[in-house]
Design a binder for this molecule. Structure first.
Ligand code: BG6
Ligand code: MG
Length: 218
């Protein structure tokens, strides 16, 4: 393949927001008396807010109505957005991410975001990167969340690049599956670094150069 575009997941690949998601879910679970830990949290990575809530409530002592679930999702989102507001600054960009993307741009490779988050644009504004990408596709643009490939296919279309010339960078199981289902190559980092389905992997973008990745795929 020729790498003509790279589509990066946002939470856990470009920014540190995954910890804020964890804290917001933990606060909600505490208020509802539902047991929650980092192991359960790992299953929420990369999937939509409502699907995350369904997973969180697997351990609940009672059933919740749809109305209650909507209220809880909105409450979790408030806690999350408050954390973003208070704590997310330009230094929330993960180590190595900026250099990696600059290297891609220097090679004439297009760079996009493919995120399940409805807060994607707000996050990019907070870290000062809202004008940095050739395309941003987030939770507001999709009807099916990862592992469905929709988010990455829309990004490829907006970039006008064929899926097979795109590389996805992901840190979650659902995201790696979505990239493969989109017919794209996948580079797994962070929590997904040991996912054997990925074409290439590294602990983070700090540990490998864009040149090394491109060479490994071509
Ligand atoms: C993904 C996160 O990017 O977005 C998930 O990895 C999160 O943990 C999902 O649930 C939805 O995000 P938001 O901002 O719409 O709650
Ligand atoms: Mg992620």
């Amino acid at each position: 393949m020729r790498v003509e575009a790279v589509i990066l997941d946002l939470d856990g690949v470009v920014v540190t927001t995954d910890e804020f998601h964890y804290q917001a879910w933990q606060r909600l679970a505490g208020e509802e008396g539902v047991s929650f830990d980092r192991k359960i949290n790992n299953r929420l990575r990369g999937v939509s807010c409502m699907e995350s809530l369904t997973i969180l409530l697997e351990k609940a002592k009672r059933k919740y109505s749809d109305k209650e679930k909507k209220e809880m999702a909105a409450r979790k989102n408030r806690y999350y957005v408050d954390l973003l507001d208070e704590k997310l600054k330009p230094d929330g960009v993960l180590p190595g991410a900026m250099d990696f993307m600059e290297e891609l741009k220097a090679h004439g490779i297009k760079v996009a975001i493919g995120s399940s988050s409805k807060n994607g644009m707000m996050i990019l504004q907070k870290v000062g990167m809202d004008a940095y990408f050739d395309a941003v596709v987030d939770g507001n643009d999709i009807t099916k969340s990862k592992p469905d490939p929709e988010v990455f296919l829309i990004a490829a279309k907006r970039l006008d690049i064929e899926p097979w010339d795109c590389l996805v960078i992901e840190d979650t199981e659902a995201g790696v599956a979505a990239g493969i289902a989109a017919g794209m190559k996948v580079f797994a980092v962070g929590a997904a670094a040991d996912d054997e389905r990925a074409d290439v992997s590294a602990p983070s973008l700090e540990h490998i150069s864009a040149d090394e990745i491109i060479a490994a795929l071509t």
